[in-house]
Design a protein around this ligand. Structure first.
Ligand SMILES: *[C@@H]1O[C@H](CO)[C@@H](O)[C@H](O)[C@H]1NC(C)=O
Ligand SMILES: *[C@@H]1O[C@H](CO)[C@@H](O)[C@H](O)[C@H]1NC(C)=O
Ligand SMILES: *[C@@H]1O[C@H](CO)[C@@H](O)[C@H](O)[C@H]1NC(C)=O
Ligand SMILES: *[C@@H]1O[C@H](CO)[C@@H](O)[C@H](O)[C@H]1NC(C)=O
Ligand SMILES: *[C@@H]1O[C@H](CO)[C@@H](O)[C@H](O)[C@H]1NC(C)=O
Length: 449
C-alpha cells in the first residue's frame, strides 16, 4: 500500500516538475528610467498619445488570469501567423477598403491608444495598426459585441452623423447595403462576421480635433473573435486617418512601443511634423501599389553579430509589380522572414552558438537553455543599418531558463508574392518615424519602457 502510493506520487512529481518549469509566468521584469503609467492620469496632451501594451496593467483587455509564458508565446505566434497571411493576401484584394476585413477583426491587437470620439468626447480604447487604413468602433445598439466592450453612444454626440447611401465613400465598403438612407456594410471571416454603419464624427487624438472623420460604427457581431476595442488604422491608403487628417498631420507620425516586459510603462504616438526627431537615421519609405496601405522599406541584408549573412537578393527585393518586399508593421509581434532569408540567418545564429543544444518552442526553432552569445542582429536597409541589442531579438522565459530567437519563417500563403515583416518586438524601445511627404522612415533608439 505504502510503496504503491509513494510510487504513484513519484511518477506524478516527475510529470509535474518539468511542467512547472514550462508554465512560467509571462515575464514582468520592470526596466529603469521610463515613465510610469498612471491609468487615470491626465489626458494626452498636444499631438502625442500614450501607447499601452494590451497586457499592461491599465488595459481592460489584459487576460483575466495570468497566462503561462509558453501559452502567451504560442498565442502571439498564432495571431502573427494569421496576420502575416492576411498582410500577404492584400496583394490580391481591393486597393480601397476603409474598414478592417474580417480577418483583421479576428486578430488580437498588441498596442492600444485612447481616443475621444464625438461631442462631448467619449473615451474609447483603440488598437493602433500601421498596416490598416480602417477605423471602426463598437457603437450603441451593437448586437453581439463582446460583453466587456465599452461602446460609443452615438445618441449622446451632437456631431454624429450616419453617411448616406449616395456618398462616394459608400461605394468603397464591402457588401454595402442601404437601410433608411444609411450606408451599411458587412464582412465575414471564418466563423465571425460584423455589420456596421458608415458614420462620421469628431475624433480627438490627444488635444487635436479631427472633425468629420469617417469610420465604421459596429452594429452587429457574430462569432467570438471580435475584439472588444476599436481599431485605429495608421496605414497610408486613401481612407486612412492620415489621408483624412492630411492638413493637420501632413502624413507624418512617429511612435515608440514599450516593451511587453515593462507592463507598467507606456510608449508614445506623436502625430504630425512638429516635435519629430531631427537627427535620425533614415531609409527611403517605399510605396507598393499592390499593397497600398503598407509601409515598405528596402531591406538589403542582415548581419548576425558582425557577419553579413548570405541571403539571395530575390528573398529581399522590393517589387512593385508583384507586391514583394519588406514592411515595418506595428501589429505583428515577431519578425517573419521568407524562408530563403530566414534559414541563413538562423543557421548563422546556430553556428555562433557552437554545440549548444537547440530546441524549439511552437514556431520558434532556435531556442537554448544556455546564455545566448550572439550580441546583436543588424537589419541593413538602403542607407541605414539598424543594430538591435538582444532585447530586440531574444525572448526569455521568466526564470531565464529558455531563450529563443524571436523571429520565424513567414507562412506560405496562397499568393505568389513574398513579404518580410519587421515586427513590433524588433521595434520596441526605438522611435520609428514615418514621414510620407519626404518618403523616409527613421529609426532611433529610445527607452520608452
Ligand atoms: C450583408 O450584406 C449583404 C449585402 O448587402 C446582405 O444581403 C446581408 O443580409 C448582410 N448580412 C448581414 C449579416 O448583415
Ligand atoms: C445604423 O443604421 C441603422 C439603419 O439606418 C439604424 O437603425 C441604426 O440606428 C444605426 N446605428 C447607429 C448607431 O446610428
Ligand atoms: C508595477 O505595477 C505593479 C502593480 O501596480 C506594482 O506592484 C509594481 O511595483 C510596479 N512596478 C514598478 C517598477 O513600478
Ligand atoms: C563543444 O563540445 C566540445 C566537446 O564536447 C567541448 O569541449 C567544447 O567546449 C564545446 N564548445 C562549446 C562552444 O560549447
Ligand atoms: C552597413 O553595414 C555594412 C556592413 O557592415 C556596411 O558595408 C555599410 O556601409 C553600412 N551602411 C551604412 C549606411 O552604414
Amino acid at each position: 500500500m505504502a510503496s504503491s502510493s509513494s510510487f504513484h506520487s513519484f511518477s506524478k512529481m516527475s510529470l509535474i516538475l518539468p511542467l512547472c518549469l514550462f508554465l512560467l509566468l509571462l515575464l514582468i521584469s520592470p526596466s529603469q528610467g521610463a515613465k510610469n503609467t498612471n491609468c487615470n492620469g491626465p489626458d494626452d496632451e498636444g499631438s502625442t498619445l500614450q501607447v499601452f501594451h494590451i497586457y499592461s496593467k491599465c488595459s481592460p483587455f489584459k487576460p483575466s488570469k495570468p497566462m503561462s509564458w509558453e501559452d502567451s508565446v504560442l498565442q502571439m505566434q498564432s495571431n502573427d501567423q494569421s496576420r502575416v497571411l492576411y498582410l500577404s493576401s492584400l496583394v490580391a484584394g481591393k486597393s480601397v477598403v476603409p474598414i478592417a476585413s474580417g480577418r483583421q477583426i479576428t486578430q488580437s491587437p498588441t498596442y492600444i491608444v485612447r481616443v475621444k470620439i464625438g461631442t462631448p468626447g467619449q473615451t474609447l480604447l483603440m488598437a493602433m495598426d500601421t498596416s490598416n487604413d480602417a477605423a471602426w468602433i463598437p457603437c450603441n445598439g451593437c448586437v453581439g459585441c463582446p460583453a466587456s466592450t465599452t461602446v460609443f453612444d452615438s445618441a449622446k454626440s451632437t456631431s454624429f452623423q450616419n453617411v448616406g447611401c449616395g456618398v462616394a465613400g459608400c461605394q468603397q465598403v464591402p457588401n454595402p447595403s442601404c437601410l433608411a438612407n444609411t450606408c451599411s456594410f458587412n464582412m465575414t471571416y471564418g466563423g465571425s462576421s460584423i455589420a456596421a454603419n458608415l458614420s462620421i464624427d469628431t475624433f480627438r487624438l490627444a488635444a487635436d480635433p479631427i472633425p468629420s472623420y469617417t469610420f465604421g460604427c459596429l452594429q452587429k457581431a457574430t462569432g467570438n473573435s471580435v475584439p472588444p476595442q476599436g481599431l485605429l488604422g495608421l496605414g497610408r491608403g486613401p481612407m486612412s486617418l492620415l489621408s483624412q487628417s492630411q492638413s493637420l498631420y501632413q502624413s507624418t507620425f512617429s511612435y515608440c512601443l514599450p516593451s511587453f516586459k515593462g507592463l507598467n510603462f507606456t510608449g508614445s504616438l506623436r502625430l504630425g511634423p512638429t516635435g519629430q526627431p531631427k537627427n535620425i537615421k533614415t531609409t527611403p519609405l517605399l510605396k507598393n501599389p499592390r499593397r497600398s496601405s503598407l509601409y515598405y522599406v528596402n531591406l538589403v541584408g542582415i548581419k548576425v553579430g558582425k557577419k553579413v549573412v548570405d541571403i539571395p537578393a530575390e528573398a529581399l527585393a522590393f517589387n512593385p509589380t508583384t507586391g514583394a518586399g519588406t514592411i515595418i508593421d506595428s501589429g505583428t509581434v515577431f519578425t517573419r522572414l521568407v524562408q530563403a532569408a530566414y534559414v541563413p540567418v538562423r543557421d548563422e545564429f546556430r553556428r555562433r552558438m557552437g554545440n549548444a543544444t537547440v530546441s524549439s518552442l511552437g514556431g520558434f526553432d532556435t531556442c537554448y537553455n544556455v546564455p545566448v552569445t550572439v550580441p546583436t542582429i543588424t537589419f541593413m536597409f538602403s542607407g541605414m543599418n539598424v543594430t538591435l541589442p538582444q532585447d530586440n531579438f531574444l525572448i526569455h522565459s521568466t526564470a531565464g531558463t529558455i531563450t529563443c530567437l524571436a523571429m520565424a519563417e513567414a507562412p506560405v500563403g496562397n499568393v505568389n508574392s513574398v513579404l518580410n515583416v519587421i515586427a513590433n518586438l524588433q521595434q520596441q524601445n526605438h522611435r520609428i518615424l514615418i514621414d510620407v511627404p519626404n518618403s523616409r522612415l527613421g529609426v532611433a533608439r529610445e527607452a520608452c519602457s
